[in-house]
Design a protein around this ligand. Structure first.
Ligand code: 5GP
Length: 203
């Protein structure tokens, strides 16, 4: 049987939890893909559960666990954090994270700031990193270029982005994604400096 989320002393596990937040379009997913490619087996990304519909090209179980609202409700007891974002529910399944941390791995949660603050309370030694898009204008352009969102969705995401930028002040580290490779370099360096993954940044 798995231990209830509340019963786990998350900060005593040998691995390190890293929260990565940023406005949508700030490039979080691409940055994490690159980071994981570079880090080999040292860093893994947690796969969230969500009630939102899959976007074209998204792979169930790899990008997200796509679930119904009912399924999400039944998962709640085993979620490390959860939040409603842009009208859908998102949450981090606790068991895979706990198992990876117990093995001493570095686990990255790509989540919003509401989730980030829940993690801060539950896992005090988690490292919270915020990725800023270069500017709100740039962010808007990226969301439009992506071509997957309606005008109403873009407007809602920009409002959320303003709120997130404000909340980001409470994060440990803030990085600006004005150049993808430079941002991945900076994140790699940050994780090494904070000893998130053994051997990372050695080469
Ligand atoms: P998207 O639908 O564009 O993939 O994600 C929308 C927002 O939900 C992003 O800010 C993303 O980081 C956040 N998100 C994704 N998974 C989770 C999760 O498990 N928990 C929380 N709190 N936010 C999440």
């Amino acid at each position: 049987m798995t231990e209830p989320v509340e019963a786990v002393d998350w900060s005593t596990l040998p691995g390190r939890l890293v929260v990565l937040s940023g406005a949508s379009g700030a490039g979080k997913s691409t940055i994490v893909h690159r980071l994981i490619d570079r880090a080999g087996g040292k860093v893994r990304r947690s796969v969230s559960a969500t009630t939102r519909a899959p976007r074209e090209g998204e792979v169930p179980g790899l990008d997200y666990h796509f679930v119904t609202v009912e399924e999400f409700e039944s998962l709640r007891g085993d979620l490390l954090e959860s939040a409603e974002v842009h009208g859908s529910w998102y949450g981090t399944p606790a068991s895979p994270v706990r198992e990876a941390l117990a093995r001493g791995e570095c686990v990255i949660l790509v989540i919003d700031v509401q989730g980030g603050f829940q993690i801060r309370r539950k896992v005090p030694n988690a490292l919270l990193v915020f990725i800023q898009a270069p500017s709100l204008e740039e962010l808007e352009a990226r969301l439009r270029d992506r071509g997957t969102d309606s005008e109403a969705t873009i407007a809602r995401r920009l409002t959320n982005a303003r709120r997130e930028i404000e909340a980001a002040r409470a994060y440990d580290v803030q990085l600006v994604n004005d150049d993808l490779e430079a941002c991945v370099d900076a994140l790699t360096k940050t994780l090494a400096e904070h000893r998130c993954a053994r051997g990372m940044g050695d080469d």
